[in-house]
Write a protein that binds this ligand. Structure first.
Ligand code: CDP
Length: 228
């Protein structure tokens, strides 16, 4: 069984079972805590949002939700990238390029960062991806369009629920046929969700603003309108 910061992966032929742990981390793992039920909440949100995306024609790893904290999923050969789609300025975007929290971007922006804590997830251009053998330009452009489409569908979903999706991080892999597939997780750990100044995501934890699970549970409740 392989184990990361927040998930364990068990392989069964062409499938995997992902176990979502109760660990929460920030700052490349520098801040770390264990919060009861965090794994099950993020797991169920991932299952339901991926189901929603599948119904809208997005290819995802999701096969089945195994309550409370596991997902049966397609086995993927993961590409070590964090693919971020931004609708509004926040976080590392502001640290790099300036601007104010929550300011609109004129169009959805896709960024690639190399998934490597030691190097602090450096921002990458498509050129870096090919030269450093991370993936091909062709696949990078497929991922870019998939990410933009997927984030826009999720933004529409959360808009209907009265939450603003500011940004989101995706991870992609290749299935056995080499097709780009959405993997990993979709949860308040991996996106910024806001409602009139209220924070419903991991920034509650990053900035020590109280018990993050109250907000994560509220997001789950909204996602329960999606059948599993
Ligand atoms: O939060 P921070 O400023 O470190 O990073 P960001 O680049 O502004 O993050 C953009 C979005 O990607 C946020 O919704 C983060 O929660 C998410 N993200 C993530 O899920 N995992 C990472 N390692 C980095 C960002």
């Amino acid at each position: 069984m392989r184990e990361g910061k927040t998930k364990k992966v068990e392989e069964f032929g062409s499938e995997v079972v992902l176990h979502f742990k109760d660990d929460i981390t920030a700052g490349d793992g520098a801040k770390h805590d264990v919060i009861k039920n965090k794994g099950s909440i993020c797991c169920e949100i991932t299952g339901r949002t991926m189901k929603y995306l599948e119904e809208k024609g997005i290819y995802t790893m999701f096969l089945e939700y195994l309550p409370p904290n596991k997902l049966r999923a397609r086995k993927l050969s993961m590409i070590p990238l964090e693919v971020i789609v931004r609708f509004k300025k926040a976080g590392s975007f502001i640290r790099r390029y300036g601007g104010n929290d929550g300011e609109d971007l004129p169009a959805p922006l896709v960024e690639f960062t190399y998934k490597n804590d030691e190097l602090h997830d450096p921002l990458m251009c498509v050129e870096h991806l090919e030269i450093l053998n991370i993936t091909t330009k062709k696949i990078a452009y497929v991922i870019m369009e998939e990410a933009r489409k997927t984030a826009t569908l999720l933004k529409e979903f959360f808009d209907q629920k009265g939450l603003e999706l500011w940004d989101i991080k995706f991870e992609y892999g290749l299935d056995e046929e080499g097709k780009v597939c959405l993997g990993d997780e979709i949860s308040p750990d991996t996106m910024r969700l806001r409602r009139s100044g209220q924070i419903f995501d991991k920034d509650v934890y990053r900035k020590d603003l109280g018990n993050p699970m109250e907000k994560y549970e509220a997001v789950l409740e909204l996602c329960r309108s999606i059948d599993l």
